[in-house]
Design a protein around this ligand. Structure first.
Ligand SMILES: NC(=O)C1=CN([C@@H]2O[C@H](COP(=O)(O)OP(=O)(O)OC[C@H]3O[C@@H](n4cnc5c(N)ncnc54)[C@H](OP(=O)(O)O)[C@@H]3O)[C@@H](O)[C@H]2O)C=CC1
Ligand SMILES: N[C@@H](C[C@H]1CC(C(=O)O)=NO1)C(=O)O
Length: 327
C-alpha cells in the first residue's frame, strides 16, 4: 500500500516525539527533518533520518504529502503555519487558545489558495480535550464544564519562557488547586476563576548578566500565558535544569457535570496521565497527519480543527474493520 510521505518541521521535544511516533505507524514514511539550524550539526534520536535546512522545503513540494509542524506556538507556528500551508498539507499543535481564530484564518487562506489541507491546533489541549469539551456539552447542554491540567510540564508555557530575552533555558509546571478539584469532584458545580483553578511555577536558567527581575516580570505579565495566573519564578543553574527537570510528565482531565431528563445527575470525564507530554502530543499529531492526507485526497482543502475531522479519518483501519473491532 502507498505510504504517506511526511516531513518534520522543527526539531525540539515535539519533533523528536514525532520521529519516534512514526516508528509505530507503518503506513508512514519519514522523508526528512527540516530545521533552521545547520543540518550537518544535527543528529536524529533514531540515528538515521536526514536533516535539511528549512529553506530547502520548497524543493520537496510534490515529494512530501504532509508536513508535521513542531515549532513553538509563541513565535514559530504563527509564521510557519501559513508559510507551509501554501506548499503542503500540514498538521500542527498551535496552542495559543486566544489567537486560534486568527491563526485559523491565516492558514485557511493559504491552504485553500493551493488546494492543501491543514489540521491546526491538535494535540491534547487544544485537541483531544477540545473534542471532549464539545461532545460533552452537546450531550449535556444543561451543566458545567471543568478542565484541569497537571501537575505537569506545559510545553507551550515552557517554550514561551525560553523565547524571552536573557533566558537560556526553562520549564513551567502547571499546578491544579486541590481545593478547586475537591469541590468539583464533590459535585458542588462551583464557579471557579482562572486563578482559583491553577497556579504556574517556572524554573528558569538566565544568561550570564541577564536582568532576572525583568525576566520574572516579563513572565508574570505575559498575555495569554501567565498574566491571569498566580505565577512563581525560580532561577536555577543549567545543571539543575538538566538533572531535575528533564522529564516532561503531564496530564489532566475534562469533566462535565450536568442534568438530563428528569433531573438525573450525569457526569462525563475524560482524563490523561502522561509520562511524556511531547511524545503523547506527537502521537496525536501523527494520527491527524493521516487524517489531513485522507481529507486532501477527497478534495477537502483549507484549515480544519479537530471539530471538523470525523474520527475514522484518524485510523489506518477500514470502515469494515472499525465496525467489526471497535464499534
Ligand atoms: N496542543 C497541545 O496539546 C500541545 C501543544 N504543544 C506545542 O508544541 C510546541 C513545541 O513544543 P516543544 O517541542 O517542547 O518546543 P521546543 O522549544 O523543544 O522546540 C521548538 C523549536 O525550537 C527549536 N529548537 C529546539 N531545541 C533547540 C535548540 N537546542 N537550539 C536551537 N533551537 C532549538 C526547534 O526549531 P529548529 O529545529 O528549526 O531550530 C523547535 O522546532 C509548544 O510551543 C506548544 O505550543 C506541546 C504540547 C501539547
Ligand atoms: N498545550 C499544552 C497542553 C495542555 C497543558 C496545559 C497547561 O499546563 O497549561 N494546557 O494545555 C502544552 O503545551 O503542554
Amino acid at each position: 500500500m502507498e505510504k504517506i510521505r511526511v516531513g518534520i518541521v522543527g526539531y525540539g521535544n515535539l519533533g523528536k516525539g514525532v520521529e519516534l511516533a512514526l516508528q509505530q505507524s507503518p503506513d508512514f514514511e519519514l522523508t526528512g527533518i527540516f530545521t533552521r539550524r545547520a543540518p550537518e550539526t544535527m543528529q536524529s534520536v533514531t540515528g538515521n533520518v536526514p536533516f535539511f535546512h528549512i529553506d530547502t522545503a520548497k524543493d520537496y513540494v510534490g515529494k512530501i504529502d504532509v508536513m508535521i509542524l513542531c515549532g513553538g506556538s509563541a513565535t514559530d507556528i504563527p509564521e510557519q503555519g501559513p508559510h507551509f500551508a501554501a506548499m503542503f498539507n500540514t498538521v500542527d499543535s498551535y496552542d495559543t487558545h486566544a489567537k486560534i481564530p486568527e491563526y485559523h484564518a491565516s492558514v485557511d487562506e493559504k491552504a485553500k489558495q493551493n488546494g492543501n489541507t491543514s489540521v491546526i491546533s491538535t494535540g491534547w489541549d487544544p485537541g483531544l480535550f477540545s473534542l471532549n469539551r464539545m461532545i460533552a456539552e452537546a450531550i449535556l447542554p444543561v451543566g458545567k464544564e471543568y478542565t484541569f491540567w497537571g501537575k505537569g510540564v506545559s510545553q507551550g508555557h515552557s517554550d514561551a519562557i525560553r523565547r524571552i530575552e536573557g533566558v537560556k533555558g526553562g520549564v513551567q509546571y502547571t499546578i491544579p488547586m486541590e481545593s478547586a478539584l475537591e469541590r468539583v469532584r464533590a459535585g458542588e458545580d462551583p464557579e471557579l476563576s482562572t486563578r482559583e483553578k491553577h497556579m504556574r511555577e517556572c524554573f528558569v536558567v538566565a544568561e550570564d548578566g541577564a536582568d532576572k527581575d525583568k525576566i520574572a516580570e516579563t513572565i508574570k505579565t505575559m498575555p495569554n500565558y501567565f498574566d491571569e495566573y498566580e505565577t512563581v519564578v525560580h532561577f536555577i543553574s543549567e545543571d539543575e535544569l538538566k538533572t531535575e527537570h528533564a522529564r516532561m510528565p503531564h496530564g489532566g482531565f475534562v469533566i462535565r457535570s450536568g442534568k438530563s431528563g428528569r433531573d438525573s445527575k450525569q457526569i462525563i470525564e475524560f482524563s490523561l496521565k502522561l509520562q511524556s507530554n511531547p511524545e503523547f502530543t506527537a502521537s496525536v499529531l501523527v494520527a491527524y497527519a493521516r487524517a489531513a492526507y485522507r481529507l486532501n485526497k477527497e478534495g477537502q482543502s483549507g484549515a480544519k480543527t479537530v471539530f471538523d475531522v470525523a474520527p475514522a479519518y484518524l485510523s489506518p483501519k477500514s470502515t469494515a474493520q472499525l465496525m467489526k473491532e471497535l464499534l
